[in-house]
Design a protein around this ligand. Structure first.
Ligand code: NDP
Length: 444
């Protein structure tokens, strides 16, 4: 058995009940196989694959808090500090009932390579809780966030580990978490990103992930002699990433006709009304059923179904494993040109393969959604120099970062005789830098 297959089998056996982690490791290992096999004995002796799949540290903790009825509730909190070879741990916090160790490990593992692709000095981490902010009062969310930070603060600081938001963690949660960190440590430092603009946040951070998805898609199209103008786009999700991907696609002359949330999806043939979507999701925190009130000609459907709509470009921006092989078949039949993942690992391995084999340009999340963490790193830089840059400055840096990521992954694919395989390109380019730093730092 080859070294890659041997370690993959060991990772699966050693981490049972973590299917998402297995999926993420399988994808990366398949891509980096040519690099490892070119010098297999050396990497085996260095145990590089064993080291890269074992988090440097995992912290799991109890989060007790009191609800509005006076009842004590208990949730699980977790932070995985996966790899600090190229910088302090950086990655979001996810608050969602589905959160478990395997999901946070898959996200942390992906984050290592994504952060490397940004070209910025940030290592990989991820964290979260099975707490569900949906339906909770602001006071309950604050009580939970304060309790969560009362443990987490021991393990993070501006130079060690800098968490950000993810599903269920937006501006409100980051504010409560930051307030508690400051209160306990008596330090005003850039320990979290995604902060409000009045207390150290960066302009364009809110928009960064969604805008970045469209910037990289635009560069891919340009590289293939096309552009965004006039293209029809299907987006899934209706959260932070989806909203700003839709906004930027419209600004560049494309028309986004779908979005979705965890209960249903919208088809608006005239193009999604971003102002209405922001009001429903960012202000009212309501369901997408509300959308029809703003746009009577749109359709609302229960369940999932976005990918049956004919489109040129697809951007899954909700959650992991939301594009299956049946969806990939519909996208291909409908003539989809390219798919850029806004969410982390929204496409199953089989669906990814199907799309690639049928000529759909496929950009994996670790490249296409890296704009969020890139601007988070720019927020860290602004906090360190105690300055705030303009929206235009941050946005143009973001755009350059996304353009560079595209060419970096495209060139890496070519170097390994896999031209056009952006999954392999992203994994190889992300891995090369981390590998180099790990080898330089010795056995640690
Ligand atoms: P949000 O919580 O803002 O939005 C998530 C959206 O996806 C919501 O519309 C939500 O529906 C929907 N959703 C969540 N879980 C499910 C599910 N199990 N089934 C169907 N729909 C679901 O999160 P973000 O927009 O921040 O994150 C979306 C994805 O992008 C995640 O994979 C995240 O890891 C990734 N990402 C986010 C970054 C960021 O900067 N925010 C950076 C890089 C990646 P509902 O409204 O009903 O809750």
């Amino acid at each position: 058995m080859s070294y890659v297959d041997d370690v993959l089998a060991k990772v699966i056996a050693k981490n049972p009940s973590e299917p998402e982690f297995h999926q993420a490791v399988t994808e990366v290992f398949d891509s980096i196989r040519p690099l490892i096999e070119a010098n297999e004995e050396f990497y085996k002796k260095e145990a590089i694959l064993e080291r890269i799949t074992e988090p440097e540290r995992m912290i799991k903790f109890r989060v007790p808090w009191v609800d509005d009825k006076g009842q004590v509730q208990v949730n699980m909190g977790i932070r995985v500090q996966f790899n600090s070879a190229i910088g302090p741990y950086k990655g979001g916090l996810r608050f969602h009932p589905s959160v478990n160790q395997g999901i946070i490990k898959f996200l942390g593992f992906e984050q290592v390579f994504k952060n490397s692709l940004t070209g910025l000095p940030i290592g990989g981490g991820k964290g979260g809780s099975d707490f569900d902010p949906k339906g909770k009062s602001d006071r309950e969310v604050m009580a939970f966030c304060q309790s969560f930070m009362t443990e987490l603060y021991k393990h993070i600081n501006a130079d060690r580990d800098v968490p950000a938001g993810d599903i269920g963690v937006g501006g409100r949660e980051i504010g409560y978490l930051f307030g508690q960190y400051k209160r306990i440590t008596n330090k005003y430092e850039g320990v979290l990103t995604g902060k409000g603009l009045t207390y150290g946040g960066s302009l364009a951070r809110t928009e960064a992930t969604g805008y970045g998805v469209i910037y990289i898609l635009e560069e891919l199209l340009k590289d293939h002699g096309m552009d965004m103008a006039g293209k029809t786009v299907c987006v899934s999700g209706a959260g932070n990433v989806a909203i700003y991907a839709i906004e930027k696609a419209h600004q560049l002359g494309a028309k986004v006709v779908t979005c979705s949330d965890s209960t249903g999806w919208v088809y608006d043939p005239e193009g999604i009304d971003v102002a209405a979507l922001k009001e429903i999701k960012e202000v009212k925190r309501a369901r997408l059923t509300e959308y029809k009130k703003y746009r009577p000609n749109s359709e609302y459907h229960e369940g999932r179904g976005v990918w049956q709509i004919k489109c040129d470009l697809a951007c899954p921006c909700a959650t992991q494993n939301e594009v299956f092989t049946e969806d990939a078949k519909m996208l291909v039949e409908n003539g989809c040109i390219a798919l850029a993942e806004g969410a982390n690992m929204p496409t199953t391995l089989e669906a990814t393969k199907y799309l690639q084999e049928h000529g759909v340009h496929f950009i994996p999340g670790k490249a296409s959604n890296a704009g969020g963490v890139a601007v988070s790193a720019l927020e860290m830089s602004q906090n360190s120099e105690r300055l705030s840059w303009t929206f235009e400055d941050v946005d143009s840096r973001l755009q350059n970062i996304m353009i560079n990521i595209y060419h970096n992954i495209s060139d890496a694919a070519k170097r390994y005789d896999k031209e056009g395989d952006y999954v392999a390109g992203a994994n190889l380019a992300g891995f090369e830098k981390v590998l180099d730093a790990m080898l330089a730092q010795g056995i640690c």
